[in-house]
Design a protein around this ligand. Structure first.
Ligand SMILES: Nc1nc2c(c(=O)[nH]1)N[C@H]1C(S)=C(S)[C@@H](COP(=O)(O)OP(=O)(O)OC[C@H]3O[C@@H](n4cnc5c(=O)[nH]c(N)nc54)[C@H](O)[C@@H]3O)O[C@H]1N2
Ligand SMILES: Nc1nc2c(c(=O)[nH]1)N[C@H]1C(S)=C(S)[C@@H](COP(=O)(O)OP(=O)(O)OC[C@H]3O[C@@H](n4cnc5c(=O)[nH]c(N)nc54)[C@H](O)[C@@H]3O)O[C@H]1N2
Ligand code: SF4
Ligand SMILES: [Mo]
Length: 851
């Protein structure tokens, strides 16, 4: 439920003066009236169940509240995401370090924005004091709504941009999509392309499912990990820390872990074998492994198939006739071999990656023979312009050994929760202005026979590109100039590569930030309409992929709002009501966030009572982790064998209905692009289109296969730059938390600051000593860091972890800790993977010199 400070007080029929004078028991009573099931803790105080929002994982928390103050966060064992399934801690809910410090980071941080603020300095710049002054909610909302209304009337609704991060559920992102649709703007821009889209697309191009994966840690034997930092980042970190313990000591079979990264990591130090690879070379390593698996006859014959005469003909340099091989659940193996693999020997892979050829072959053998095992990756190999292909090469290993949809393997179907409907139907509230941008299409779903309503963007309406490109689009005025920008839970003026682009392009745009902190985007804001902390809020959030079965985490207000904040949904709702007309009617019908939450959580198939869900702060349905299970080359669901048609629809969503080594989904994408471009040139003749499509597919044939390409490096320097996350970082947000910043980091025995880790040789040849100030410099910028000599680094690679260096503009800006040091994104060149659109964060080379 959304409880602003005011409604909290109103609901309990007391006054502001009253609450200050109120004793603990009265506050507890209020809390109980909101969350009736809040149970008394033995030593006084209460426990309130809720959800963590320090990372996208959505672990369950239980917060101890004493005398109206939240004092401690623990794991909530009702929630399945951080429920410990196995080992000595089985049955409890765990937390990672970021989850545990939520009280400090999320709630009692003195640097929070305490109420609505208005900019008084019309000049904008990263180091320019915005001179914010407090305003009333009414004044701010009236002004902003007036501007939106005027833009709508002038036919400029689409020039209003909404950027959001961390939104997974209909309420989670403040119901933002409904608001923009009613407003008539197509520009609702998520932060996925500055996060981890590369791993999703690599899977879409191979197994057909475009989502993060589900890993069966409990039953696996072997992990081949490429740049997924499972003990410091990844997600859910809590689950991973517990799973790691179980995999290594909690059960009979000790899982073997092999880790590839470009720099020293905790995960690498805890693995059985760890390799420092040349940046962006993982695709080559995986291809070398695939070469070994095939030439040594180690592929999974029941899943992949075999030569018709069962004699292995895969040998280096030998072309194979596709007729000689019969594939079962895979597609394109022989074409892939002939085009890419036959000459991609482990020796070749070794030259590219710096991992010895014998090691590549040995690990390939071990992986194939040690099944079930998983080849997994996340941002490491994918944050390059060739990232999608690196990912495809790695995931292809899972195809070769048949570790997809098997016990102990990797799968990709995360069933969503069966949420109920909202009290109002969006399509009934689009007015004339909204209908200039969108059209409502109704069709009968052939499967259910029921009417389906889609709200689609009109073909002729252009929209802004992906988040990191918005700055360039704005600078060019292409597709048009934005007049307003709203941000929720994202800070692209800090987190995107070369954020200086945003500082320049958005100087004259009216910005409304909902941030609870003076982040870098907020420094440019005209208004701040601050959200409450997640510990003061009411939300729902469907599980991030990982569990398989449906699951929703629930946010409950743990304490009353400390400050004059307003939940983003209520802010949008109030703006809509002020704009009036159908928009206002829609939001009046939706009611409060509590009404919405209740409507969504009382769906037909939600079998727990609403009060139970709220009290436990979770709903989930028991179900198998892997709904479609492959056993000996046959697929089963609930014990019954399923048809190839069902597999095509649900499991391998590819044109062949199989795991593809020659990507039909990529081919489709190439063809769609040709058709779009021809249409732009006014060519619609089907024959012409087809010929052009075939030409283009032939030209790009290599792109259909998992393959390796050396990417072009940017930045003009001689040292690869990697800017990863550390365990104590919570994206850009953790920087202001003493509890996270003060402990020593496990690898380097240092705390808070911007360090540039480098090999002793790299330092020596530049006359740099440990602790010296250094310049890290590229074509786009120059930052200062402290040299940290770590002999474990590659001599050609320096590491500057991401999180610090938030700017402070006059009195505005994150507090003491966050403004320490520098932001490595200021020297990172803005490039993206053209396939996945993921920002290529690690594509820059820098110069390092003594400052
Ligand atoms: N502590 C912490 N945990 C988090 C987050 C956080 O901010 N802090 N954020 C969450 C979010 S939003 C995400 S998307 C995930 C991301 O989770 P991960 O992808 O696991 O984390 P990253 O640090 O982004 O990158 C992973 C690793 O890739 C390495 N790397 C760079 N280039 C290469 C390469 O060419 N090859 C290989 N093999 N490795 C390379 C980096 O050095 C880094 O150690 O983490 C989530 N969990
Ligand atoms: N160099 C480098 N850059 C990276 C990464 C990296 O590893 N290296 N990681 C990338 C990844 S994986 C990601 S996901 C992105 C994340 O980048 P962003 O999408 O920018 O997300 P955050 O840094 O979490 O910033 C969220 C902002 O929301 C504000 N905020 C916090 N809580 C709330 C709230 O409750 N409500 C509202 N309205 N606002 C709130 C905070 O002020 C914070 O500044 O960064 C990317 N950038
Ligand atoms: S992994 Fe840690 S930060 Fe992420 S939701 Fe779970 S407890 Fe919170
Ligand atoms: Mo992310």
């Amino acid at each position: 439920m959304q409880i602003s400070r005011r409604t909290f007080l109103k609901g309990s029929a007391v006054t502001t003066a009253g609450i200050a004078a109120m004793g603990f028991s009265s506050k507890l009573r209020i809390l109980k009236s909101i969350i009736p099931e809040a149970n008394a803790a033995p030593a006084g105080g209460t426990y309130v169940n809720s959800t963590c929002r320090q990372c996208p994982a959505r672990c369950g928390i239980r917060v101890r509240v004493v005398n109206g103050k939240a004092v401690k966060i623990e794991g909530n064992p009702n929630n399945r995401i951080n429920y410990i399934h196995e080992g000595p801690s089985a049955g409890i809910g765990g937390l990672c370090p970021k989850g545990a410090v939520g009280i400090q980071l999320g709630l009692y941080d003195p640097d929070r924005v305490k109420g609505p603020m208005k900019r008084t300095n019309p000049t904008k710049g990263i180091d320019v004091d915005p001179k914010f002054v407090s305003v009333s909610w009414d004044e701010a909302l009236n002004d902003i709504a007036g501007r939106l209304k005027k833009l709508r009337e002038e036919g400029k609704a689409k020039t209003v941009l909404f950027a959001y991060g961390r939104g997974m559920g209909p309420i989670d992102a403040g119901n933002i999509k409904d608001f923009t649709t009613l407003l008539g703007s197509p520009n609702v821009i998520g932060h996925g392309t500055i996060c981890a889209e590369g791993s999703k697309l690599a899977k879409h191009y191979t197994d057909g499912i475009k989502t993060y994966s589900i890993y069966d840690w409990e039953n696996t034997n072997y992990l081949l990990i490429f740049g997924a930092n499972i003990l410091e980042a990844f997600r859910p970190l809590t689950g991973m820390l517990a799973e790691y313990g179980n995999m290594r000591q909690g059960r009979g079979q000790r899982v073997k872990i092999v880790y590839f990264d470009t720099r020293p990591t905790v995960t690498g130090s805890k693995a059985d074998e760890s390799y420092l690879v040349k940046p962006a070379s993982d695709g080559a390593i995986a291809l070398g492994m695939a070469h070994t698996i095939l030439s040594e006859g180690l592929w999974n014959k029941k899943f992949v198939g075999d030569f018709v005469d069962e004699k292995n003909r895969f040998a280096t340099g030998v072309t194979i006739d596709a007729k000689d091989f019969k594939e079962v659940w895979t597609f394109g193996l022989i074409d892939w071999w002939n085009a890419i693999l036959k000459d991609f020997t482990p020796q070749k892979a070794a030259e590219i990656s710096d991992v010895p050829a014998e090691t590549i072959s040995r690990l390939a053998r071990e992986f194939a023979l040690g099944q079930p095992g998983i080849a997994l990756f996340e941002r490491g190999p994918t944050c390059y312009v060739t990232g999608t292909y690196n990912g495809m090469c790695i995931h292809a290993l899972n195809g070769l050994v048949g570790s997809v949809y098997v016990k102990g393997g990797i799968s990709g179907i995360q069933e969503g929760p069966p949420l109920g409907s909202l009290p109002a139907k969006l399509e009934e509230y689009l007015d004339k202005i909204a209908l200039e941008t969108f059209e409502v299409k109704k069709e009968i779903d052939p499967k259910t026979g029921k009417e389906k309503v889609n709200i689609e963007l009109k073909k002729e309406v252009k929209k802004f590109p992906k988040l990191q490109d918005v700055a360039d689009a704005q600078a060019k005025g292409d597709p048009y100039k934005a007049s307003m920008l709203f941000t929720w839970m994202t800070n692209p003026f800090f987190s995107s590569a070369n954020p200086q682009r945003f500082w320049d392009a958005f100087k004259d745009v009216f910005i409304v930030s909902s941030s609870s902190w003076m982040d870098q985007t907020t420094i440019f804001a005209d208004y701040i309409l601050p959200d409450p902390s997640y510990l003061e809020s009411s939300w729902i959030a469907p599980a991030y992929p990982g569990l398989g079965h449906p699951h929703v985490s629930i946010f409950n207000p743990v304490v009353p709002p400390l400050y004059d904040t307003k939940n983003w949904f209520s802010t949008l709702s109030e703006l809509a009501k002020r704009i009036g007309g159908k928009m206002g009617e829609y939001y009046a019908k939706l009611g409060t966030i509590e009404d919405m939450r209740k409507a969504l959580l009382t769906g037909e198939k939600i079998d727990w009572s609403y009060s139970d869900i709220v009290a436990k702060a979770v709903w989930w349905k028991k179900g198998p982790r892997i709904p479609y299970l492959c056993v000996d080359g046959k697929f089963y669901k609930e014990g019954k064998e399923v048809t190839p048609e069902e597999i095509k629809e649900k499991v391998f969503q590819t044109p062949s209905g199989k795991f593809e080594f020659k990507s039909g989904n990529k081919e489709k994408k190439i063809k769609e692009k040709v058709e779009k471009e021809l249409a732009k040139a006014g060519i619609t003749d089907a024959k012409v289109i087809e010929v052009k499509q075939q030409e283009e597919v032939a030209k790009k044939e290599n792109d259909l296969y998992p393959h390796y390409k050396e990417p072009k490096w940017a930045g003009g320097g001689d040292l690869f730059l990697v800017t990863p996350k550390m365990v104590q970082h919570a994206e850009g947000r953790g920087a202001n938390t003493p509890f996270l910043q003060e402990p020593f980091d496990l690898l380097n025995n240092r705390h808070s600051g911007t360090y540039c880790w480098m090999n002793s040789r790299t330092a020596y040849t530049r006359g740099i000593k440990d602790g010296d100030n250094v310049w890290v410099e590229s074509d786009v910028g120059k930052i200062k860091a402290i040299a940290l000599i770590n002999p474990g680094c590659r001599p050609d690679t320096v590491v500057v972890p991401f999180e610090h260096g938030h700017r402070r503009a006059g009195a505005a800006g994150y507090g003491k800790y966050a403004t320490i040091g520098s932001n490595p994104n200021e020297v990172t060149v803005h490039l993206s993977d053209p396939d996945s659109n993921l920002q290529s964060y690690f594509q820059t080379k820098v110069k390092v010199s003594k400052a």
